[in-house]
Design a protein around this ligand. Structure first.
Ligand SMILES: C/C(=C\COP(=O)(O)OP(=O)(O)O)CCC[C@H](C)CCC[C@H](C)CCCC(C)C
Ligand SMILES: O=C(O)C1=CC(=O)c2ccccc2C1=O
Length: 304
């Protein structure tokens, strides 16, 4: 194989890697881990079979939302400068549409299994609500993401609903612990989506997508990011002080250096496309570490 073709292969592989968006799957894993940790903290119970089924289902649902996002974005032309859109890579829209639906059916199938095992439809209703809201973010005729509502949808779905659903799947009741943990996870998830708009501001504007950054501009957007991140850190301190969350959830504060790096990076490079692009990955790192530390804090509270 010639050097040129190897290079070609490598760049295509890179595009595929970007298209698959592996790091983004943190958003599917963390709410399930945190909800199950909160359940363990509350009543010392952990059903590994339910946990694993929920985790796999959640990953499949995120595969659906991401593949179908490329499918729906192809219709509005917003991804025409995005070589790592799956539609631009495969060039077979109906295949992509059906592939995404297979992921959705398999994901929902796992949740049906949980509901069947527990003879309780609550978790199924909650996840279906998430999927309807997820569809409304990107699919016609709603496309609420194009109206600047993505962050609110992502907060509600990945935060209070997903964390409470995971909690409920373990213990079959609701609690303030899963709600408060869900609020923290919801905010850090929305921070990821918020950061993903900075480098796309021009394409979004010309395609008629009114993302928060199109509304605010990149400078004001970087200030809003700082305010929201500080607010999140404030809640991490405030919840244990008010005994809404157990003491050891303070551990989540150890993710502060990553939060600081994120805010610094965006305030420095908010209008430099190639550099601010990286902010989404710093935000994912922050979401992952703050979420894992929150889980560790919840579990530790049971023992210390
Ligand atoms: C695809 C998503 C965001 C990316 O959108 P955008 O078009 O800006 O991206 P590109 O630049 O890459 O084109 C995700 C949007 C998520 C949505 C707001 C909410 C989805 C809800 C899920 C279905 C909830 C799943 C819950 C699960 C954990 C049980
Ligand atoms: O591709 C992306 O940019 C995102 C994908 C995704 O699934 C997600 C989920 C929750 C919050 C943000 C994001 C993305 O930014």
């Amino acid at each position: 194989m010639s050097i040129v073709s190897t290079r070609k292969l490598t760049s295509r592989q890179r595009l595929w890697l970007a298209a698959i968006k592996v790091p983004v799957y943190s958003v599917s894993v963390i709410p399930i881990i945190v909800g199950s940790s909160a359940a363990f903290e509350k009543i010392s119970t952990f059903d590994f079979r339910i946990f694993t089924t929920f985790l796999i289902s959640s990953i499949l649902i995120i595969a659906w939302i991401n593949i179908s996002n490329d499918y729906f974005d192809a219709d509005t032309g917003i991804d025409k400068n995005k070589p790592h859109s799956i539609v631009n890579l495969i060039n077979n829209k109906s295949l992509i549409f059906w592939l995404s639906n297979i992921f959705l059916i398999l994901g929902i199938g796992g949740i049906v299994l949980i509901s069947w095992l527990q003879k309780d439809l609550t978790v199924l209703f909650m996840v279906i609500l998430c999927c309807i809201l997820g569809y409304s973010y990107q699919g016609p005729p709603f496309r609420l993401g194009y109206k600047g509502l993505g962050e609110i949808i992502s907060f509600i779905t990945f935060g209070p609903i997903a964390v409470s659903a995971s909690y409920y799947s373990q213990v079959q009741h609701f609690s303030i612990i899963s709600l408060a943990s869900g609020i923290l996870i919801g905010i850090s998830t929305s921070i990821i989506l918020f950061c993903s708009h900075f480098h796309q501001v021009k394409d979004d504007f010309f395609a008629g997508k009114r993302s928060p950054i199109v509304f605010l501009g990149t400078k004001l957007g970087s200030i809003v990011l700082k305010v929201i991140t500080v607010f999140l850190m404030f809640l991490v301190i405030f919840f244990p002080i008010l005994k809404i969350l157990p003491f050891w959830t303070f551990l989540s504060l150890l993710s502060f250096p990553v939060a600081h790096k994120l805010v610094q990076h965006v305030s420095q490079y908010h209008n430099q496309t190639s550099k601010v692009k990286n902010s989404k990955f710093i935000a994912i790192k922050f979401h992952f570490f703050s979420g894992i530390l929150l889980s560790v804090g919840l579990i530790l509270s049971k023992f210390i």
